[in-house]
Design a protein. Structure first.
Length: 304
């Protein structure tokens, strides 16, 4: 039986380790030729090594799949264009892009440096834009294509010490929705996934309190391989017609996330002043205000 990506070509960024590696391996097993992009940096973005990408390519080739390594940085727009060109030159086409690459620079907000902010934004938002923009030109020409972008509940819900990462990941949601709207006419789809999985990035989460230790122990039960099936589905024609959505994958649980919409309204025909807003609007809205929840507060049960 043919796989759902038979004769397709998929570019996966950050595919040398963790979630990206599992996506690349499953995509190849489902018949895709894979461009394995990975800069080979450490969890905070330092260093560089071609080893991780080369190792995944070797794994894919060992079971008869097709793959090629790319060790360029997605923060370089020219390099991103090169990734797309490499896919087309090597395999004759490009059908899907999985924006997964990233690293963390977690700091409490008032201690976060400008470099912490800039470097994470450059990868998780600007980098995703670079690769998507490069692929968009090709997808428009061939009038088909899929994007799968990785967001996070750090942005969708919230977490301590991740202002840089949370902002970028919520920005990815806006980027994905804009791509879905702007490129629908060209038969191009764009969706997001918020993954729950143990990885070397998650391994940087502090474990100083009993609550933090419990949270990390829970995450360790969620393997990166569990994220791959949903990603491959969204990259394939099996999900035809699905676009502009935000999914979550948590061990064997799959979520569809809501998107911001008005939930209450109040009108005063005479117009508003700060005083009347305080007297009428705030009491009317207060019961619907969101608490300062973190991701762990919302997803408080053990993964299934």
């Amino acid at each position: 039986m043919a796989g759902c990506l038979e004769n397709q070509v998929v570019l996966v960024t950050g595919a040398g380790r963790g979630i990206g590696r599992e996506i690349a391996l499953l995509a190849a097993r489902e018949g895709a030729a894979v461009v394995v992009n990975d800069l080979g940096v450490d969890p905070e973005g330092g260093g560089k090594s071609g080893g991780p990408a080369d190792e995944v390519v070797a794994e894919i080739q060992a079971f008869g799949g097709k793959a090629v390594a790319n060790t360029d940085s997605i923060t370089d727009a020219t390099a991103a264009e090169g990734m797309v060109r490499q896919a087309v030159d090597t395999f004759g086409r490009l059908d899907a892009v999985v924006n997964n690459a990233g690293f963390l620079r977690d700091r409490i907000f008032h201690k976060m440096s400008h470099d912490d902010w800039r470097s994470v934004q450059e990868v998780h938002l600007t980098g995703y834009w670079n690769v998507s923009r490069a692929a968009a030109t090709y997808f428009r020409e061939v009038e088909r294509g899929n994007f799968v972008h990785f967001t996070s509940t750090s942005g969708l819900v919230g977490n301590f010490g991740q202002a840089n990462y949370a902002s970028a990941k919520l920005g990815v949601v806006g980027l994905s929705k804009s791509i879905a709207l702007d490129m629908q006419r060209y038969n191009v789809r764009s969706n997001c996934i918020a993954p729950f999985a143990w990885s070397r990035l998650v391994g940087t989460i502090p474990t100083e309190t009993p609550e933090e230790k419990l949270r990390v122990d829970r995450i360790k039960t969620m393997t990166a391989a569990k994220i791959a099936p949903l990603t491959v589905l969204l990259a394939s024609d099996l999900s035809k017609g699905v676009t502009g959505q935000i999914f979550g994958s948590r061990k064997n649980e799959i979520f569809l996330f809501s998107q911001p919409r008005p939930i209450k309204s109040i009108t005063r025909l005479e117009g508003w002043s700060p005083q009347t807003l305080a007297e009428q609007m705030l009491p009317a809205f207060k019961s619907s205000f969101y608490d300062l929840d973190r991701s762990a507060d919302v997803f408080c049960w053990d993964p299934v």
